[in-house]
Design a binder for this molecule. Sequence first.
Ligand code: SF4
Length: 512
Amino acid sequence: MEQKHEYALVFRNHRHGYEVQATAKLFIPHVRFLLCENGEIPEDVPNYILTSCEYTETAVKCEVDIRLGTSSCKRSLAMLNPCQPHTAPDVKSSEVEYALCRLLYETLQDMTGYTPPWGLLTGIRPVRRVIQLLDSGMTPEQASRHLQERFLISDEKMQLAMDTALIQQPILPHSAKEIGLYISIPFCPTRCSYCSFVSHSMDSAMQLIPDYITYLCKEIGILGEIIRKYGLHVQSVYIGGGTPTSISAEQLRQVMGAIRTHIDIAGAREYTVEAGRADTITEDKLRVIKEMGATRISVNPQTLQDSVLEAIGRRHTAQQAIDAFLLARKLGFDDINMDLIAGLPTDTFEGFADTLERVMALDPDSITVHTLTLKRAADLYSGSGEHHIAAVERMAELSAKALPENGYRPYYMYRQKNTVGNLENVGYAKEGKENLYNILIMDETQTILGAGCAASTKLVEPNGKITRVHNYKFPYEYISRFEKLMGKKDEIEEILERMQNGTGGAADAAKE
Ligand code: SF4
């Protein structure tokens, strides 16, 4: 049966639908709009947002016409036509797009009474924008003023983005030979209700794990040959998932042993294993992780409220997460991250504040605060899905205030589409404990070689061009089509060859 839409987005005489939709979603998230590119308002949809452009030889008139429930509003603005001598709407002008989106933003702001904390900015990498402006010669004050005037970003968010950029700037890489290495272990003991990653619960994937590890070690060997052949230097290693500690201590030893055997990581600045869920962390696994050279682990409680842990389908208590952290400390781990999530189902502002306080009392080296993402595929979305945006905004505000007061500085940040309240994920760390891999994955100026299913290799060329080579998503595909997959390494080598023979490096790409 065809789904009945409650909201329509009508585009008339322009090609800025993507950005217009992103702007509308700042105010009306989590609805599926009926997109009408023919410019006609559908009769059977109760709410609509019409955006239109009217071109003359010298001018453009942008107009919005909105009906939301019982309120409606029409506004327009006129500007010089930046597309002369082209007057037709098939010319995509960024200035017309900006003017149209800003008009829509301000109209929706007045109609709803809501001010998005990141203003008009819809991209996921605000820090990258700040660094680009700083690199272009602007002072921090000039860059902040420019971004706030153009995108209407709140003072708090601008400060967060600027603080993060200033910490990142000196850490960013300077040579194309420096790379990151990502190893994927995509298994978890059970699936959390909010999860939207490709992870496979142990129950269904148990029999695949031994073969998966055999092939993963083979792929690590192949990457090792590529790294040697092109004289690359591994700067950071990240074993992520899923939950890498879902596998046994011996299997962890096998994977980390393959890395040690095939890849020179002696010069790496950091080596992380995402231990993740407390129900997978044991003393023997932590000992293997340490013995095999990892310098950093993550113990991710997400919340220290038992009722919330139960609501999200985790089979461990808050005390188990605390015990796992204390055990890791006892075994000598001096760089431990803890992940928290703001906006989990059934959690409250008070619950989050209590979690934050107890986690800070443990004194981990870094704390990452995510904002819950609602993806259509996750179980939660088809459940109640009722979250209090204001409470989540307060959770993010509390983190931004309390963590710096306790010695944690924001060092990486990214926004995800469909996050509650259009908020961000922020990594806070004590000085010197910033995780390079996390910075680089968002900065996109360094090549990262990936191994394992759902991993991808990202090659950054001197001109800034990025090529992604994806591995298969599911373990059974990864195992059964391994030889075919390894054929894709030719593509990786071709690009590395080009980079070797070309000029410049990642640092040049960063300047693009
Ligand atoms: S631990 Fe992480 S990857 Fe695994 S199911 Fe939960 S949210 Fe998903």
